[in-house]
Design a protein around this ligand. Structure first.
Ligand SMILES: Cc1cc2nc3c(=O)[nH]c(=O)nc-3n(C[C@H](O)[C@H](O)[C@H](O)COP(=O)(O)OP(=O)(O)OC[C@H]3O[C@@H](n4cnc5c(N)ncnc54)[C@H](O)[C@@H]3O)c2cc1C
Length: 443
C-alpha cells in the first residue's frame, strides 16, 4: 500500500508563542540517506513526542526515529492556547460535557496525561511557564450564562469541584467588566505551548533520533514500512502515525471524509506597558475559556501580552490562506476591543492558524490499523492532554502492555462517517457559521 502525503504542513501565519521564544537550537536532522529503526513515528507534535518517549522508556534498547516536516514546536502542538484541560471538553456540545460515564473516563485520562507531562517538566526543569491555576469560564450574555449553569450542573453530577463567580469577581481577575458571570475549575494547567513542546523535544531519551525539517512525501506500507523524504528514507517494521489532521488525506485507512481538518486561530498582542497594566487592573496571569465553545478564549500572560483565540474554519487542504488570516485577525481585534476598551492602543504582533482534527462523533481511530501501523491521530481539539495520551498509550499498546487506561482508549468510538464532498463542505461550513452566529457576544 502506498500513501501519498500531498498535503504537507505550511506556515499558517506567525505564531506568537514560537516567535517570542529564544532562537531555537540547531535543527536536528534533516534526514539524509537511509536510516533503519525498530520504530518510526510520523509527526513530532504532542502525540508523536509522547509516543517516541514512551517507546524509549518501555524499550530502552530499541531505536526510534521521530520525523517532522517542521521544527518541533512550530506545528499545532506549539500553536494552541496552552490549556492542559483535565475536564471534559466536547466542542460539539453547547456546554462541553456529555455522557457521565464517558466524561468520568475522559477526566481520568486527562489527569493521567497531566501527571505524565508534569513529571517530565519537573525532571528536566522545562521552562514553559507551567501554571497549576485552573481555568476560568466566562459568560457575557444570557445564553452563555445558561451554558455555564448547565456546565456547573454537569460538574456537580461528576463530583468535580468548581466555584461560581459574579461580575465583580470576574472583573477582579480579568480587569474587564465584560463578563456577567464566570466559573473557576481548579484542575487545568496553563503552559506556554511552544516552550513546552520544544522542551519535550529537547529532552527525548537517547535512543530517539529526531529528524526535523524532513517532510515525508510518501509511505510504502509493507515489511518494512518505508518513509521517503526529499533526501532520505526511513525503514522500520513498525510505524506510528501521529500526524493528526494531515492523516485526513489517507483514504486507504478510511480517514478521508471522517477525520475533519478544522482550523482555529490565535493572536498575541505586544506586551502591555506599566500604564496599560494599571488601567486594565486584574491579575497578572489567567486563562479563560468561553461559555460557548464557539466563543473567544483569552489568556493574559505574565509577560503582559494577551492572547485571543477564536474562529473555526473547515480547511480540507490543511492550510490557512492570507485572506483567511486577515479576516480572523479582524475578528480577533473586534473581540479584543469589546473586552478591553481601556487598551485601545494595543494591537496584535502575531496572528496564526493551526489544524485541529475533529470527528463528528468525537471518536478517533486509535489502535493498529494495518499490520505494524498504529494510529495515534485525532485529538478532537484537546491536544495537550488527549494528544499526549494518544501517543503514550499507542506506544504501550504497540509493545503489548495492558492497563485500565488503555482499555478506555481502545473502547472509544471509531470516527463516524460523513456525506461525501461537496455536501460535507457545505454542511460543515454552514454549521460552523450558524454556531458562530449563535455564540453572539461570547465571540
Ligand atoms: C489556535 C489553537 C488553539 C488551541 N488550543 C488548545 C488548548 O488550549 N488546549 C488543547 O488541549 N488543545 C488546543 N488546541 C489543539 C491542539 O493544538 C491539537 O489538538 C494538538 O496540537 C494535536 O496534537 P498532535 O500531536 O496530535 O498533532 P499536531 O500537533 O498537529 O502534530 C502533528 C505533526 O505532524 C507533522 N506532520 C504532518 N504531516 C507530516 C509529514 N508528511 N511529514 C512530516 N511531518 C508531518 C506536523 O508538522 C506536526 O508537527 C488548539 C489548537 C489551535 C490551532
Amino acid at each position: 500500500m502506498q500513501l501519498k502525503c500531498n498535503l504537507l504542513p505550511q506556515d499558517d501565519g506567525r505564531c506568537g508563542w514560537y516567535e517570542t521564544l529564544p532562537a531555537p537550537p540547531p535543527v536536528r536532522g534533516p534526514l539524509k540517506g537511509n536510516v533503519t529503526a525498530d520504530w518510526v513515528v510520523l509527526g513530532a507534535g504532542l502525540a508523536g513526542l509522547a509516543a517516541a518517549r514512551r517507546l524509549a522508556e518501555l524499550q530502552p534498547e530499541a531505536s526510534i526515529a521521530l520525523v517532522d516536516a517542521k521544527r518541533v514546536g512550530f506545528g499545532a502542538a506549539g500553536r494552541n492556547s496552552g490549556f492542559m484541560i483535565d475536564l471534559p471538553h466536547d466542542l460539539n456540545s453547547h456546554d462541553y460535557t456529555g455522557d457521565v460515564e464517558a466524561d468520568r473516563n475522559q477526566i481520568r485520562l486527562n489527569r493521567a496525561a497531566i501527571d505524565y507531562i508534569r513529571g517530565i517538566v519537573k525532571r528536566h526543569s522545562i521552562d514553559c511557564d507551567w501554571q497549576e491555576q485552573g481555568k476560568l469560564h466566562g459568560a457575557a450574555e444570557e445564553r452563555g450564562q445558561q451554558s455555564l449553569e448547565t456546565f456547573a450542573k454537569g460538574l456537580a453530577a461528576l463530583g468535580e469541584s468548581y466555584s461560581l463567580l459574579d461580575a465583580a469577581q470576574m472583573k477582579a481577575i480579568t480587569g474587564t467588566d465584560f463578563f456577567r458571570t464566570g466559573l473557576h475549575a481548579p484542575g487545568t494547567v496553563l503552559v506556554q505551548p511552544a516552550a513546552l513542546v520544544r522542551g519535550l523535544g529537547a529532552t527525548l531519551p537517547e535512543n530517539v533520533q529526531l529528524f526535523e525539517e524532513s517532510p515525508v512525501r510518501s509511505i510504502a506500507v509493507g515489511k518494512p514500512h518505508v518513509l521517503t523524504t526529499d533526501s532520505g528514507q526511513i525503514r522500520s517494521p513498525r510505524l506510528i502515525l501521529a500526524n493528526n489532521a494531515y492523516a485526513s488525506q489517507f483514504s486507504q485507512f478510511g480517514f478521508k471524509g471522517r477525520l475533519l481538518p478544522i482550523y482555529t486561530y490565535g493572536s498575541l498582542t505586544r506586551p502591555l506597558n506599566e500604564k496599560e497594566k494599571v488601567s486594565l487592573g486584574g491579575q497578572e496571569k489567567w486563562g479563560l475559556i468561553p461559555a460557548d465553545p464557539m466563543g473567544t478564549t483569552v489568556r493574559r500572560m505574565g509577560s503582559g501580552r494577551i492572547c485571543i483565540r477564536n474562529s473555526f474554519t473547515y480547511n480540507p487542504a490543511i492550510n490557512a490562506s492570507t485572506g483567511q488570516l486577515d479576516r480572523v485577525r479582524a475578528s480577533h481585534l473586534r473581540s479584543f476591543r469589546r473586552r478591553f476598551p481601556m487598551l485601545e492602543n494595543v494591537d496584535f504582533e502575531y496572528t496564526w492558524g493551526g489544524a485541529l482534527c475533529i470527528t463528528r462523533n468525537g471518536g478517533a481511530p486509535f489502535g493498529e490499523i494495518a499490520p505494524g501501523v498504529y494510529s495515534a491521530v485525532c485529538q478532537n481539539g484537546l491536544g495537550l492532554t488527549r494528544g499526549t495520551n494518544s501517543g503514550k498509550m499507542i506506544a504501550e499498546y504497540a509493545v503489548g502492555d495492558q492497563n485500565e487506561l488503555l482499555d478506555i482508549m481502545l473502547k472509544q468510538p471509531k470516527p463516524a462517517c460523513n456525506p461525501p464532498e461537496p455536501l460535507l463542505g457545505i454542511g460543515l461550513r454552514s454549521t460552523l457559521a450558524w454556531k458562530e452566529w449563535r455564540a453572539g457576544s461570547e465571540l
